[in-house]
Write a protein that binds this ligand. Structure first.
Ligand SMILES: [Zn+2]
Length: 916
């Protein structure tokens, strides 16, 4: 008997599943199944487990689940290690649209509806830890990952980190909570007009027409245009203020996400209602780049002492704490019923109180400009309470709006470089690796006067080390213009000290005034002033650098540069978000490394070699460099660093030298392996000259790999991501999730956790392929991805600490997880006889033969993996056979195991261990 499970799918596609004729055909009775939703409503784009109570007449495998209406969420039939046969459950990933929905259980064979329960999705969340969140399909664009241009000594760094040119679509969404009376139509119109003028059209302040859009157009030399994508609302949210977010004793609420999620959910609801009436969306969430959510503040009540409620300005920083929102759902016909897949999109967000101009001395236009700067990728630059006093004293203050937006100062030139507004040829670079002695005059073009013409530079960049530079730029007051109306000093060359990378220092902001050289300039140099570094006993000063301001004119300044450098500088590049939290200079090699997709992937339970590449861009050879290796088991909280020995080699100037850890590393096997490997250059001194910088030389790589093997349905697998708070104050530590595969679903236990100072917590995540889901026939999935088994998912989890000071969180670290999906496989047979290994590998369910290769590992001592021998054999039509005793005598073999490495859509698997 053949049962066609799936009917035709839209677009002419159809698929049938051929089932074994012994499968049951009798329909279960309705009373046999009962569904129990989680106690609390699901949070928008959250997830929950629904208990499935069954009597003896029905098996869970005979049921298919679906949400009704289908837009309400997506059911996963996958199982993970928490699954209990006696107390089964299914996971529902909720939609981003608040409302009441039903979960249905159907008999797979008769298609009878057996059970129904209702559940709510809403925008309220209580508790110190954040709600669970689900990510379905591709989230974010790893290709859009920031990079500051490390490595190349010939090019300026910090160029085009977050290119922000052309049009950016910005929407202002006014919202109100249920504890406020709705605003009268006329008042609502006034409020919208105010915000439209401040953000887009312009308001007259002190004789100058100002708005965020005018400001950014001006300071970008007309390269950036903010497009009004709608000033709407107030939209009514689903909950009261204190259900959506928390407030302190002054009534202030912090963090961008509670109102951003609730506001975008409200826009979704309004868009859905309009679509039903054939109207265009209120705000098109499929194209908008930034949403400014503006909650109406709640007035204080002096009688009761209620302090009122207001939202402090906050924003996401593009490229670091990107968050994805459901912007639409795609409804598809899955035979039994319809299902829907979310369309998730990263949208930059900001939140501000509706009455900001009444709360201080800054205009809405000024502060909205600052917050929008975050959404373009610029972090805060004003000193934090926890910064060391020496760094606090070097605050940029009114030299950039990212430190102090009052009077609308322009961004500094390195900030403009990050946004893609300065061309490489307009930055005069000085680098130890490529610059000979320099003694020359340079003309610095005034930063407010548009692009530097021929013969002038926008900035001088002095490379201290990879990722650390000094910049010099020329600024002046422009009282009647929209920016730089009142700078801290006029006709001034500004010197800044800039750190790159997406993991900020815990002690200082990324951009500071350059340090004082003894004559107290505070980074501000007028005509006749100079900056010089001659203190060669301080290793972090480059040798012999001086800049003197010869002349200052309205449009340019003439400066004299002298420079000479001669120090060795061996270095290893650090890990970063853009490199999936792995140092590009650290590599792990093992017997599997030649297999496609498994290069630089540790092999737990087997010998691995750790390698580190050290380069020396200094002008002088670096003899006797020592690299120390170690590793950490990240699945154990607070685990110690375990040494793998050290190696000492010479690193000539301009060379790359590979160091090898002398100790073989055998990572322990566990269900969710997650390791960190560290290579560190010991403090380096040669002939009395210390290297240019001593604390930069650590390469760190986080490794995690999980396999989502699909039988039917796929397994849900995962692990924990360790979230740390390196700061001396309590923080909400957010986990940001990006994933590359369109058919992957990832469930995070908490979107943030509350951590005490220097606290640490594990946050669980689980991930699964949609392949094999009975609601998602392969033909349907292939519409999204083409070949189903090609994609491997790169899941990137990034920890971000929100400290309660500043407008945004700080990246503290992260983990890249490589998820490979494939049809589940198994060894049918494996043996080693007289030095010849033979065996057979097939797919689980169906017995289709595997193809590719196996690694046979052999040991003289069953407990001695570090010295095992590995031999690769081809698998043809499911079988393999070959001599394995080239490096080990047959009589010495005390332990053997075969490992199918996977590939071609088949998941890897291991044989039983043989103890001959
Ligand atoms: Zn800010």
């Amino acid at each position: 008997m053949t049962v066609g499970v799936y009917q035709g799918v839209g677009g002419g596609l159809s698929t049938c599943m051929t089932l074994d004729e012994n499968l049951p055909v009798a329909a279960a009775s309705a009373s046999a199944v009962r569904l129990v939703p989680p106690t609390d409503p699901l949070y928008v784009s959250g997830w929950g487990r629904f208990a499935v109570h069954l009597d003896d007449t029905v098996d869970l495998d005979d049921l298919v689940f679906a949400v009704d209406p289908p837009e309400g969420g997506l059911v996963s039939h996958s199982r993970d290690e928490t699954f209990d046969e006696d107390h089964p459950d299914v996971v529902v990933a909720a939609c981003g649209l608040p409302g009441t929905y039903e979960l249905h259980a159907y008999d797979r064979w008769s298609r009878d509806l057996l059970a129904t329960t209702t559940f709510r999705v809403d925008d309220a969340w209580a508790g110190p830890d954040g709600p669970p969140v689900a990510y379905v399909g591709r989230v974010g664009d790893p290709a859009g990952t920031p990079a500051w241009g490390g490595g190349d000594p010939y090019l300026p760094q910090n160029l085009d980190v977050h290119p922000t040119v052309g049009q950016r679509r910005v929407a202002v969404v006014l919202v109100e909570t249920t504890d406020l009376d709705p605003l009268a139509d006329a008042d609502a119109a006034v409020l919208r007009d105010t915000w439209r003028a401040e953000v887009f059209d312009g308001v007259l302040h002190g004789g100058v027409t100002e708005s965020a859009a005018i400001y950014w157009h001006e300071v970008s030399d007309h390269q950036l245009t903010l497009v009004d994508a709608g000033v709407v609302g107030p939209l009514r949210l689903g909950s009261a203020w204190d259900a959506i977010t928390t407030a302190d004793s002054t009534g202030k609420s912090e963090g961008v996400f509670p109102f951003a999620r609730a506001g975008i959910a409200a826009v979704r609801a309004e868009n859905a209602a309009r679509a039903a009436d054939g109207l265009p969306p209120l705000v098109d969430l499929t194209t908008v780049d930034t949403v400014v959510v503006v909650p109406r503040s709640i007035p204080a009540d002096p009688v009761t002492g209620f302090p009122g409620r207001f939202q402090w300005p906050y924003a996401t920083v593009r490229g670091t704490d990107d968050q994805a929102f459901e912007v639409d759902r795609l409804v598809v016909d899955a035979g039994f019923t319809q299902i829907s897949l979310p369309v998730m999109r990263v949208i930059q967000c900001s939140s501000m109180p509706h009455d900001w101009d009444a709360r201080g001395s800054r205009t809405i236009a000024e502060t909205a400009s600052h917050e929008l700067g975050h959404t373009f990728g610029l972090p805060d630059e004003y000193a934090m309470d926890g910064d060391a006093p020496t760094y606090q004293a070097r605050d940029l203050d009114g030299w950039t709006l990212m430190s102090s937006e009052r009077n609308a100062p322009e961004p500094t030139v390195p900030e403009k470089m990050r946004l893609g507004w300065v061309r490489a040829g307009k930055v005069r670079t000085l680098s130890a690796a490529v610059s000979g002695p320099v003694d020359e005059e340079v003309v610095l073009h005034n930063a407010e006067h548009g692009p530097a013409p021929a013969g002038r530079y926008a900035a001088v960049e002095l490379r201290i080390r990879d990722g650390e530079n000094y910049y010099f730029e020329y600024r002046r007051d422009r009282p009647t213009e929209v920016s730089d109306q009142s700078l801290p000093a006029d006709l001034t060359v500004l010197g800044t000290h800039v750190l790159s990378g997406d993991v900020p220092s815990e002690e200082r902001r990324p951009i500071l005034r350059i340090r004082d050289d003894g004559d107290g300039d505070r980074g501000e140099f007028q005509r006749g002033d100079d900056y010089r570094e001659t203190d060669t006993t301080d290793p972090s000063y480059p040798n012999d650098f001086a800049l003197r301001v010869l002349e200052t004119r309205p449009e340019y300044a003439r400066v004299k540069l002298t420079y000479g450098d001669a120090k060795p500088d061996p270095q290893i590049r650090p890990y970063a978000m853009s490199t999936h939290w792995q140092s590009p200079d650290v590599e792990v090699a093992n017997a599997r490394s030649q297999t496609p997709g498994l290069r630089n992937v540790p092999w737990a339970g087997h010998p691995n070699t750790v390698l580190a590449t050290v380069r020396n861009p200094g002008k002088v050879d670096a003899p006797g460099v020592r690299v120390e290796f170690s590793w950490l088991d990240m699945t154990v909280a607070g685990g110690p660093e375990m040494p793998l020995g050290s190696q000492t080699l010479d690193v000539p100037t301009d060379a790359e030298v590979v160091f090898t850890a002398p100790t073989t590393w055998v990572p322990p096997t566990s269900s969710s392996p997650h390791f960190c490997v560290v290579a560190r250059i010991a403090e380096y001194t040669v002939a009395g000259a210390r290297e240019i910088i001593v604390d930069n030389n650590v390469g760190r790589s986080n490794y995690s790999r999980v396999v989502s093997a699909s039988a039917s349905p796929s397994t849900r697998t995962g692990g924990v991501v360790k979230v740390t708070n390196p700061y001396p104050v309590a923080a909400d530590c957010v986990v940001s999730v990006l994933q590359t595969s369109p058919i992957q679903r990832t469930y995070l236990e908490h979107s943030w956790v509350r951590l005490e100072p220097h606290g640490e917590r594990d946050v669980a995540f689980r991930t699964e392929s949609m392949i094999g889901d009975p609601n998602l026939p392969d033909a349907l999935l292939s519409q999204f991805v083409g070949s189903l088994y090609e994609p491997r998912d790169e899941l990137r989890l990034t920890g971000i600490a929100r400290l309660g000071t500043g407008c945004h969180g700080h990246v503290t670290g992260g983990a890249g997880v490589l998820v490979t999906s494939g049809r589940a496989t198994r060894f049918v047979r494996f043996e080693v006889v007289d030095g010849v290994a033979t065996g057979q590998v097939e797919e689980v369910g169906g017995g289709h033969p595997a193809s590719g290769s196996v690694l046979v590992t052999l040991r003289r001592d069953p407990d001695g993996p570090a010295r095992e021998v590995a031999v690769e054999l081809p698998v043809r039509n499911g079988t393999f056979r070959g001599q394995v005793t080239e490096e080990i005598r047959p009589q010495d073999i005390r332990w053997a195991q075969a490992h199918f490495v996977g590939g071609n859509g088949q998941a890897p698997c291991d044989s039983d261990e043989l103890l001959p």
